[in-house]
Design a binder for this molecule. Structure first.
Ligand code: 9Z3
Length: 333
């Protein structure tokens, strides 16, 4: 910590860290294009049309170690949670800004094979391309739903790779959504790096291995959740995710010794989230615990249904709580 910062109050110090993060981050190449797309999308789905907009973040952010990046640190996330949640939000009548890591799961592609282009299509005798019979229903469904959502202006996909891109785009989305008031929502499922190498202290070229072992000091990524709530979009309904890599047992739910829940409660209070979804890496597709200021709810996937996932009941709960929040905000204004 430098001396100037040492004499600052914690909030001032956080604001300085955030400012310096954005000032020194490599600027987005396509910010004009993103800003135009956001403006059009938000106008098309403004509250006067009866719609609500949710920004779903999905996938992990990378931390480059060199400016001309050869190596990077990654945060694990397949993007399944964000992609599946996007489908259920669309089904529930939301317009969705899908801020996702390039190359991770996309909405409606769940039942397609990983290398879908090569697996799902084949060449005919006349060398044109056709869908293989074995995949035709899945492909039709994916293309049908996806094209409909995009063409009706209900789905805007914005990709990111690095922590620099992610936070800059998130800020653009949030400040653009400010005009929506309580009708806007942030569903922050992306796995966001906690540590990074500030751009100005990053070497330009590939770190040489000939110089022996590598010592590296990582700076802490300033917590942007409080900025989102305080400045970027104070009225939006916000859900963040808390991820741990140790098992939690739901029987222990009521004991305050449960570390995951302590962390979730802390996130709820410290960052003024409306809901925090606590999940454990191994069981994240089976059950989660949703923590709100009024209590905790365990949400399971329906085990009687073969293809059921946990995102369906999560989105049902989130959409209900968002409705209540909108009503309460309207009656107090
Ligand atoms: C999550 O906990 C997500 O639920 C998962 C979803 C990443 C586990 P998959 O993409 O997995 O379906 O494979 N996201 C973590 C969000 C996160 O990094 N939260 C920050 C934190 O915990 C606060 S925003 O500090």
């Amino acid at each position: 910590m430098d001396l100037a910062k040492g004499s600052q109050a914690p909030q001032e110090s956080l604001d300085t860290d955030i400012e310096s993060f954005f000032e020194t981050a490599p600027p987005l190449r396509d910010d004009v294009d993103i800003s135009r797309k956001l403006g059009e999308f938000i106008e098309l789905n403004s509250p006067s049309t009866g719609k609500r907009i949710v920004c779903v973040t999905s996938g992990g952010t990378t931390v480059p170690l060199e400016q001309r990046c050869v190596r990077y640190i990654d945060n694990f996330s397949s993007g399944h949670r964000g992609a599946a949640s996007t489908m259920y939000f669309l089904e529930a009548g939301y317009a969705v800004i899908f801020l996702h890591r390039r190359g991770t799961c996309l909405p409606y592609c769940r039942s397609l094979p990983e290398d879908s282009l090569l697996e799902c299509f084949e060449l005919t005798e006349s060398s044109s391309v056709q869908v293989r019979q074995s995949h035709s229903e899945d492909v039709k469904r994916a293309i049908g739903y996806h094209h409909a959502a995009v063409e009706q202006g209900l789905l805007l996909k914005l990709p990111f790779t690095t922590i620099f891109e992610y936070l800059q785009i998130l800020r653009m989305v949030a400040t653009s959504m400010k005009s929506l008031g309580s009708h806007g929502m942030f569903y922050l499922a992306a796995a966001v790096s906690d540590f990074y190498v500030p751009w100005e202290s990053m070497v330009e070229h590939k770190i040489q291995s000939a110089s022996g072992p590598l010592d590296m000091r990582l700076a802490q990524v300033p917590k942007m959740l409080s900025m989102l709530r305080k400045e970027w979009d104070p009225m939006a309904f916000c859900i963040s995710f808390k991820n741990v890599d140790f098992p939690f047992v739901t029987q222990q739910l009521e004991t305050d010794s449960n570390i995951l829940l302590k962390k979730a409660d802390m996130a709820l209070r410290k960052y003024k989230m409306h809901m925090v979804v606590a999940n454990e890496l191994l069981t994240r597709n089976e059950e989660v615990i949703v923590v709100t200021s009024t209590g905790r709810v365990i949400v399971h996937r329906d085990k009687n249904e073969a293809d059921a996932d946990v995102e369906k009941p999560i989105i049902k709960l989130v959409a209900e709580r968002h409705s209540t929040y909108i009503q309460e905000s309207c009656s107090t204004n």
